[in-house]
Write a protein that binds this ligand. Structure first.
Ligand SMILES: *[C@@H]1O[C@H](CO)[C@@H](O)[C@H](O)[C@H]1NC(C)=O
Ligand SMILES: *[C@@H]1O[C@H](CO)[C@@H](O)[C@H](O)[C@H]1NC(C)=O
Ligand SMILES: *[C@@H]1O[C@H](CO)[C@@H](O)[C@H](O)[C@H]1NC(C)=O
Ligand SMILES: *[C@@H]1O[C@H](CO)[C@@H](O)[C@H](O)[C@H]1NC(C)=O
Length: 541
């Protein structure tokens, strides 16, 4: 996680495998086929919907084990709808004999973390006497027991909060980032987990960055790292991240990576509200969503299309879950619309509601965390609603079903369902499918002859049998492509809008902020997200 604060200011403060074989829901290992991650044995698609869980900070003990039992944490990951955890680790835990031998209790004592130690004694007493590496294995097994897949992410070399450009962990040759030691760490971890099917992927390094970053070294070391992992553990997926805090893989357009990794290579990218530094989420929300989505596609998203597509794992995105950062709120709707449309694999930043120790602060709360500081409750259940659709697999490469659409409203996290006469918002997991040939054609409720139609300005959208009028001819009308509009009898565009009075009603109203594009640069003070609806392709039954 690149910290927003650090970007905006320049201050520097900134067990056993056999036990669980029978319980996993997919038959692992995984491999890749075109842009999809698939079950290697059957070829069926497996979508990674992960949450990040850090274990790379000072004590190198996965966060929260002092708050709740491991089985409880694993069960809550599963009950929140995730099938996977991106578990982070620090190289030194495996390469420095001093750390390798340290027990969990000793590591906590080293940092004077008495409360965390007391909490572990209560919640996970069996872990205290294990070494840090054994404790990590126990966490992997505990996740596997709940059918949760694990992506092991090499997050830093020196264990500490990550990431800013001058923290010594950013690029090969930095103070703590010795390439040989990094390769040794990858090799050790690959070997340790090669027979553990729960570990489906290893991500080679988080967020390359800083003054030393350069493409030549990147190509050279990525090849060495992937070879090292693949040699020890040929079944595991190898995940590769780009430069500039995992936001840039654009250089691959000029020079593809020539790796001997048939069906095992996955790329990863990060996308936060502050990733693209021009910051126009407010006042130009539609225009900037278009610009930011194009930026993401140019930098990384292009990898899933073209002649040689590969899977792209959006391994970090997230927001302040208190909802207090309006820039974050607007970005999230834009990102979720794109993530749903492209049906990429992803990992939310983040699970932890608090840390044992981060940047000198004991027990620091994490506002990007799904859980609260006590790891007891979901901080904001609305966040889980927003993830409902992207937690589903909407595109199945093996499906024989035709492409239909789900009508998604990212701000509420709900989807439009056809009722007797009208439409309303409800759970995306049990929603209607729609057919739509192209921009500027009717939107028909599957299995009926009824189409989405305007009744009038400020009135609920209806379903009518007359699909040929302008009032049932829908297209996207703003730069963000997130406004769905048709013309009323006077020839004016009206847009679908989430009702502010009745949270399941969908009205048609005057379109908001259409002219906020960056060229003409007028500013719109309204929040157009109430009108953001997106047709998400699906060929699932
Ligand atoms: C680590 O533990 C091993 C086995 O108990 C021991 O041989 C070795 O000396 C220890 N190394 C350090 C640096 O404490
Ligand atoms: C690629 O890997 C295969 C199997 O591991 C090996 O036989 C082959 O020599 C490798 N090719 C290159 C160019 O490294
Ligand atoms: C459908 O709508 C158009 C335009 O409003 C109208 O001219 C036409 O008569 C309608 N057809 C039916 C069958 O209602
Ligand atoms: C809210 O909207 C839904 C869907 O249009 C409708 O069924 C329901 O009756 C409305 N509730 C109220 C209180 O108006």
């Amino acid at each position: 996680m690149k910290s927003a604060v650090k970007i905006m200011s320049t201050t520097s403060s900134t067990l056993s495998l056999l036990l669980f074989l029978g319980t996993l829901s997919h038959s692992l290992p995984l491999s890749t086929n075109s842009r999809w991650i698939v079950d290697a044995a059957s070829g069926r698609r497996v979508k990674l919907t992960c949450v990040n869980w850090p274990g790379h900070l000072h004590a190198m003990v996965p966060e929260g084990l002092h708050k709740k039992p491991l089985s409880h944490i694993a069960a809550s990951v599963s009950s929140m709808g995730f099938n996977c955890v991106r578990l982070t680790w620090a190289t030194y835990m495996f390469t420095r004999p001093y750390f390798t031998n340290l027990t969990v209790a000793q590591s906590l004592d080293r940092w004077g973390l008495e409360e965390a130690r007391a909490g572990l004694t209560r919640n996970n007493p069996g872990l205290l006497g294990l070494t840090l590496v054994e404790a990590q294995k126990a966490v992997v097994s505990g996740l596997g027991a709940q059918k949760i897949m694990v992506v092991l992410d090499n997050h830093v070399s020196y264990p500490k909060w990550c990431c800013h450009g001058s923290d010594g962990n950013g690029f090969f040759g930095d103070e703590y980032f010795d390439p040989g030691e990094w390769l040794m760490g990858l090799t050790t971890v690959a070997k340790l987990y090669k027979d553990e099917p729960t570990v489906v992927a290893m991500s080679m390094r988080n967020e390359f960055r800083g003054p030393r970053q350069n493409e030549n070294d990147w190509y050279q070391y990525i090849e060495m790292g992937s070879t090292a992992i693949h040699k020890e553990s040929p079944n595991v997926l190898v995940i590769v991240s780009g430069l500039s805090f995992a936001t840039n893989l654009g250089f691959l357009k000029k020079k593809p990576l020539a790796l001997n990794l048939t069906s095992k290579l996955v790329y990863e990218a990060h996308w936060y509200s502050f990733s693209n530094p021009t910051h126009k989420w407010l006042f130009q929300t539609n225009g900037f969503c278009a610009t930011a989505t194009q930026w993401f596609t140019d930098q990384s998203g292009f990898l899933i299309s073209g002649p040689n597509p590969v899977p792209l794992f959006v391994s970090e995105f997230g927001v302040d879950q208190r909802g207090v950062n309006e820039r974050d709120n607007r970005y999230l709707g834009c990102l979720l619309a794109h993530l749903a449309e492209s049906d990429m694999d992803w990992a939310l930043w983040t699970l932890q509601g608090s840390y044992m120790l981060r940047e000198g602060r004991v027990g620091m709360e994490e506002m990007y965390g799904l859980l609260d500081a006590e790891w007891a409750h979901v901080r904001d259940p609305k966040m889980l609603d927003k993830l409902q659709l992207v937690q589903q697999m909407t595109q199945d490469p093996n499906s024989k079903h035709p492409t239909l659409y789900i009508m998604y409203h990212p701000q509420s996290g709900q989807c439009a369902r056809g009722g007797k006469n009208g439409i309303y918002l409800s759970d995306c997991r049990r929603t209607s499918k729609w057919s739509h040939d192209r921009d500027g054609s009717p939107i028909r409720l599957k299995g009926t002859s009824r189409c989405l139609t305007i009744a009038g300005d400020g009135l609920p959208a209806i379903l009518s049998g007359n699909c040929s009028s302008d009032r049932s001819t829908w297209g996207s009308v703003s730069d963000s492509k997130l406004h769905m509009a048709a013309k009323d009898d006077q020839g004016r565009y009206l847009c679908l809008e989430w009702s502010s009075l009745n949270f399941s009603a969908i009205l048609t109203k005057k379109c908001l902020c259409l002219g906020d594009d960056l060229k003409d640069a007028p500013k719109c003070v309204e929040n157009p997200q109430v009108q953001w609806f997106k047709l998400i392709p699906t060929n699932e039954k």
